[in-house]
Design a protein around this ligand. Structure first.
Ligand SMILES: [Zn+2]
Length: 214
């Protein structure tokens, strides 16, 4: 599955929401999730060589603001837009809250209304970019290639969730029904709606229900 497929973008959105809202978020933890989803991201102060194998090939592209990141004897050019900072994390947490609200919406109409509001605020005319040849061509709806992480996160995630809502004609996810969890999940199956984020919560709740009956 391409990292630019709609489903991959929605999965990235959910993983980022969990890292930002349900764990102790830091520039490092957020950069790690971004890299796991194929984004070039490096936490402020993090050695750039840890930023994934494609990093070494990244050359500053004309028009992209670039700055040096100094690590132990290693100097790598990192585009400013690729560095995740503490203030990015704070802004991304706000964005994550709005995306979780969409997944928690009581129905398709409510989710569509919330997504339309986010898109009206953050999305611009769709455009194709290859980031100067550094990636395959893919569609962006943020204002330009160098917007802050939070703007990119909110606009691209809302777009992906909107496409999935239209594809499946229902809220494309939900919040885990386990009271101690409440983590967001994607739900793109055709059958009855999912209730839990994963097998661990589903099993725990089934065991608890069984004990309550016994
Ligand atoms: Zn759960």
């Amino acid at each position: 599955m391409s990292v630019h497929s709609t489903r991959a973008m929605a999965e990235r959105a959910v993983d980022l929401c969990v890292a930002l809202l349900y764990e102790e978020p830091s520039a490092e933890s957020v950069a790690r999730v971004l890299r796991a989803h194929g984004e070039r991201a490096v936490a402020e102060g993090e050695p750039a060589e840890d930023a994934g194998d494609s990093r070494a090939e990244v050359m500053p592209v004309e028009g992209v603001r670039a700055e040096g990141v100094r690590a132990e004897g290693v100097r790598a050019e990192v585009a400013r837009a690729e560095v995740v900072r503490a203030d990015d994390v704070a802004a991304m947490r706000e964005a994550a809250g709005r995306l979780v609200e969409v997944l928690a919406a009581p129905g398709t109409d409510a989710a569509a209304g919330l997504l339309n509001r986010i898109l009206a605020e953050t999305a611009r005319p769709p455009r194709l970019t290859s980031h100067g040849g550094a990636s395959p061509w893919h569609v962006h709806v943020d204002a330009h290639d160098d917007v802050p992480w939070a703007e990119w996160f909110l606009a691209s995630s809302a777009m992906a969730l909107a496409v999935l809502l239209a594809d499946h004609q229902r809220v494309p996810g939900g919040l885990c029904a386990s009271a101690g969890c409440r983590r967001p999940y994607l739900d793109l199956g055709g059958g009855s709606p999912r209730r839990f984020c994963g097998t661990r919560c589903a099993t725990r709740e089934r065991v608890a229900a069984h004990r309550a009956r016994a």
